[in-house]
Design a protein around this ligand. Structure first.
Ligand SMILES: [Zn+2]
Length: 440
């Protein structure tokens, strides 16, 4: 008798685990935004199996046992992506964002442990505001970003999916103003590499510890990386399918990085029209980190708008990246990130292209299977009351968030249950972002 009940129990458990592994959800969307086409189709249904979109249409048959999410009053679009963020960095209160010393003091005083805890809070905030994927580009002390990503992937904490850069690779000194009696103070925030061999070795070490993008600091010190230096970085990282993001402000640094074949220019303050045209030709993304006027003041904000107008007119690929490292009373990191919308609306960039900058363009830059609502892509979906194609500030009112088919926000309420499996997730990065390069 006991044996029979045990058998029945195991059959029951087996069927339970089978059901759990084939999680099926149907979303009923009042309007479904196609960011590629710049249109919204009325009364659509989206079928999701195990976190992946498997069917889209007007009258889909709802499978038995499927969870149904009614968003028939809402506009549904793909989750947002921030391609340039720093979840484990918040400058110390009172720091001037125009002062590189602010990074320095924060980097010196805060431990990796504290920075990781900060990352936990910021990652949750970004997910809550509709960011389902982020690329974290350094200033993480000693791999705090990689550890935050592990915790998210292991289900310990809520947060977006993450591409993480590990340590910043730079010529001696990095973005800090070093003094000769204490040359080690730039570590671990920066990983100094001054020759081609040092650059290749730094990349291997970084990737070993979990980096899934390589971020190089091209300028900000007297010696900038040459085309040859950067090409070596692109080659070394490319061998394991990893892209290179280049921090570059000056025209020479931007030019060297684009010619060397990096995936993106970070910041890229004031590229010439020739460089913008070259970026279009090379397929180099501009991740402008376009701070809102509240941070820059009106005069510098006008320069940002002018650069964005020129980049859009030149057809330079653009992906959203904020670079928020500041805090402001009563604002979450996610809300601060969405304030950056004004740097695109203010430049007169059309709403449909702004939505692409925040979704499919960024997904293309990151090399990840999301950014659109399409069969075969990850079910990363967000929803709001009004049409973002008519007014992109609708993005600031996200009331529903789904990542990989799991609902994290519904009716404006964040949903998170204490994890029931605390096995240590592996440091090894997601396979999808480590596709070995084929051919030459
Ligand atoms: Zn940054």
């Amino acid at each position: 008798m006991k044996r029979l009940s045990t058998l029945l129990l195991s059959v029951f458990l087996l069927s339970m685990s089978w059901t759990a592994s084939a999680q099926t959800t149907v979303i009923k969307a009042g309007h479904l935004v196609d960011v590629a086409a710049g249109t919204a189709a009325a009364n659509q249904m989206v079928l999701i199996v195990d976190g992946v979109i498997t069917e889209i249409g007007k009258n889909l048959k709802i499978p038995a046992g499927a969870q149904v999410v009614d968003l028939s009053d809402s506009y549904v679009m793909p989750g947002l992506i921030d391609s340039h963020t720093h979840v484990t960095m918040t400058e110390m209160p009172g720091a001037d964002i125009n002062d590189f010393g602010a990074y320095y003091y924060t980097g010196l005083i805060e431990t990796t442990a504290f920075r990781a805890i900060q990352g936990v809070a910021q990652a949750r905030s970004l997910l809550e505001s509709g960011f389902t994927y982020i690329r974290d580009v350094g200033n993480n002390a000693l791999y705090a970003d990689v550890e935050v990503r592990r915790a998210i992937e292991g289900g310990w904490i809520p947060g977006p999916n993450m591409i993480a850069s590990g340590r910043l690779i730079s010529p001696f000194g990095g973005q800090f103003q070093m003094q000769p009696e204490k040359p080690g103070l730039g570590n671990p925030e920066y990983f100094y590499a001054d020759t081609e061999d040092e650059i290749r070795k730094a990349i291997r070490e970084n990737i070993h510890y979990g980096a899934t993008v390589i971020k190089i600091i091209v300028d900000n010190q007297p010696y900038i990386y040459s085309v040859e230096d950067i090409a070596a970085a692109v080659d070394e990282a490319g061998d394991v399918g990893i892209k290179v993001a280049a921090h570059a402000y000056s025209p020479e640094a931007i030019h060297n990085a684009v010619v060397a074949g990096v995936a993106s220019i970070e910041h890229g303050n004031n590229p010439s029209d020739e460089t913008l045209a070259l970026m279009k030709k090379m397929g180099t993304y501009l991740v402008g980190t376009d701070f809102p006027a509240s941070q820059t003041g009106q005069a510098r904000f006008e320069l940002i708008l002018e650069r964005n107008r020129r980049a859009y007119a030149a057809g330079t690929p653009m992906a959203f990246g904020s670079d928020v490292v500041y805090s402001r009373p009563d604002w979450t990191r996610g809300e601060l990130t969405l304030e950056f919308l004004e740097s695109f609306t203010g430049a007169g960039i059309p709403n449909d292209y702004i939505l692409r900058i925040f979704t499919m363009n960024a997904a293309d830059l990151l090399g990840v299977n999301t950014g659109q609502i399409k069969v075969g892509l990850a079910a990363d979906l967000i929803a709001f009351d009004s049409d973002p194609l008519a007014d992109v500030t609708a993005l600031r009112g996200v009331h529903f968030v789904m990542k990989d088919g799991t609902v994290y926000k519904q009716d404006g309420e964040f949903k998170w249950e204490t994890p029931r499996n605390m096995n240590n997730p592996r440091r090894k990065p997601r396979r999808s972002v480590l596709a070995p390069r084929t051919g030459n």
